[in-house]
Design a protein around this ligand. Sequence first.
Ligand SMILES: [Zn+2]
Length: 293
Amino acid sequence: MKNAKISVLKIQIGVLFFLAFFASFIWVITLSENHGRNLRVTFLDVGQGDAILIEAPSGNRVLIDGGPPSGKILSELGAMLPFYDKRLSVLIATHPDQDHIGGFPDVIERYSVEALIEPDLYAENGVYPAMEKDAEEKGIKKIIARAGTIITLDKNTTLEILYPEKKSPPAMETNISSVVVKLTFGNESFLFTGDLPLAEEKALVLKYGEKLHVTVLKFGHHGSKSATAPEFLAVVSPEYGVFSVGADNKYGHPNREVLDLAVKDKVTTYRTDQEGRIIFETDGTTITVSTGK
Ligand SMILES: [Zn+2]
């Protein structure tokens, strides 16, 4: 039976940003679950916050953000993953705000995590020091996010960090330090921008241009007006977009103007507050979407 088969796979992280400087970390991990040849990306329903589970065809998993400290992340992961398999290869903390890393201490306690990728930014809030302490105690490798780092999940699935650049912004400017990653599998791709504001989106457009084009965009900052610059959305030009938001949130996310812009640009949108979990599954050629609470 395929699912029961034990295999070994290497995850390689290569820092490619200077040709003269090449560093790589190789982890050998044991796999016990493989859900076929598809890539599955699930926008988890964690209320007001972000949490995105990536499951590569190899069975390697990445969790981008862990939602708020409500316990929701554990029930969502429990709904998606087999109870006996607690592997999460990599956690990415896009930035140290509660609605993004609040659930990580729970995840670190219950799951087997190899590496934690985060911006170079210390936050004084209650969750960040707890997350750092828990990660250190568990021996989780901490990697500072830098544009140019490529995480190879298997031979067809890569995650590339596009932002931040070498130096992170000053402390406490959490949103502008948001880690931006592009996930690519065959012809299909995803872009995750955390809570990155408009000015930094525009800088990404100048730096990367067409490279920002993807099939699926996680709308920045939960659809706030502080993100999704028209020129950014025009270049990303996604077929699908997801708003990760809590029902009746006090911020009014997603913003009406951002919703209108998505309609104007013919982006098919989904909202976690209305549809629950948003699940994309692709074989690299075609993509399907399903939703469910
Ligand atoms: Zn947020």
